[in-house]
Design a binder for this molecule. Structure first.
Ligand SMILES: [Zn+2]
Length: 366
């Protein structure tokens, strides 16, 4: 094995964006619904997708099955071992040392030693709105609630899903107090999810005031998203307006990893990952996605994340796709004498662990 692939194989990863695992046993429907970002299609199996094939290829052996085991066999063996044992095996196989967990949606269980929390600001806002607040007190009450949430021990960052709510064609300016109050009046009367563009802007500017790194969902997501509105390049004016404040971490990015790389190369505060994409494209195409992400991204700006959600398989697959994709592309650059082995190993260790340690001020930062 080459030096760079060896270094990646030995590296304990920092997974800077992920969710918890389901700790109950899953039947076929439950498993397949977590295997896809989309709706289920009657009569069509979610196993018949790139990620489904990768699960059978790369996860089956960890359950003691042959590679490419059929779905029925895979699920039967999964049920026989039970969720706790299955989850333990995949988490161990991921070789991940530290997790930054989004606690704002879905399961939050993760039986790992070093787990830090990322506070989803829309959840804070929606809790506040549901609990009742006067429109003229909204701005300050949200700020206070967010501040209280980030003071919980272990919180290292905040996150926004503005991508889902309005997309990024937002007025980049901080809204005035009068604008926020007017918008809050309507939003509080209507209830439900935060979708008002003025209040989404208020949320993003509140994140700036909090001073912690901000994770932003961009690109790939379930069908609640309008993919054309979540190209991170649409954030350019807001990134100009917030230059010199907080680190902004663009999550997922696909198919806009090139746009994200451009932003990371021209804005000091911008970082990116290609999480979620890695397990959905599988080890076969992870290299291509990483290669595009790295065309222009400064080497201290790329981070690893799995964006695993629900299925422990995704921790394993994300880590495998990252190690293999990055390892192969760097090895080829070394072989072509475009990069020294020393530089390739540095890049791999930065992306896999140290860049995240540095941005979130985690122990062992360098
Ligand atoms: Zn996520």
């Amino acid at each position: 094995m080459s030096e760079v692939r060896q270094a990646l194989a030995a590296l304990r990863l920092v997974d800077h964006h992920c969710h918890g695992v389901v700790t109950d046993d899953l039947d076929r429907d439950g498993f397949e619904s977590l295997l896809t970002e989309g709706d289920r299609w009657p009569g069509v199996s979610a196993f018949d997708t790139p990620v489904g094939v990768s699960v059978r290829r790369h996860c089956a052996p960890l359950l003691g099955l042959d590679r490419h085991a059929p779905p029925e066999e895979y699920l039967a063996r999964r049920a026989e071992l039970g969720a706790p044992e299955v989850n333990r095996r995949f988490l161990e196989a991921a070789g991940t040392d530290t997790y930054c967990l989004d606690t704002g949606l879905g399961p939050t269980d993760l039986a790992a030693e070093r787990v830090y929390e990322v506070v989803r600001l829309e959840s804070v806002e929606e809790e506040l709105a549901a609990g009742g607040v006067e429109p003229d007190a909204y701005a300050e009450a949200f700020r206070a609630a967010a501040l209280q949430a980030v003071r919980r021990p272990g919180v290292v960052a905040v996150k926004s899903v503005a991508a889902y709510r309005t997309g990024f064609d937002l007025d980049p300016r901080r809204p005035s107090a009068a604008e926020v109050e007017r918008a809050a009046r309507e939003r509080l009367a209507a209830g439900g999810r935060l979708r008002d563009p003025v209040l989404v802007r208020h949320l993003l500017w509140t994140a700036v005031d909090l001073g912690l790194p901000l994770q932003l969902h961009t690109g790939f997501g379930d069908n609640d998203i309008r993919l054309h509105r979540v190209d991170p390049a649409r954030l350019t004016d807001w990134l100009h307006a917030t230059a010199g404040t907080i680190p902004v971490l663009l999550l997922h990015c696909w198919p806009y990893q090139r746009q994200a790389g451009y932003l990371a190369s021209v804005f000091e505060q911008v970082y990116l990952d290609v999480g979620l994409t890695l397990h959905h494209v599988g080890p076969v195409r992870a290299r291509a996605v990483l290669e595009e992400a790295l065309e222009i991204t400064p080497f201290r700006k790329l981070l690893y994340s799995s964006d695993a959600y629900g299925l422990a398989e995704f921790y394993r697959l994300g880590a495998l796709a990252f190690r293999r994709g990055l390892g192969e592309l760097l090895q080829d650059r070394v072989a072509a004498d475009e990069m020294s082995a020393h530089d390739a190993v540095r890049l791999a260790e930065w992306a896999g662990a140290h860049n995240a340690r540095r941005v979130y001020h985690l122990p062992g930062a360098s």
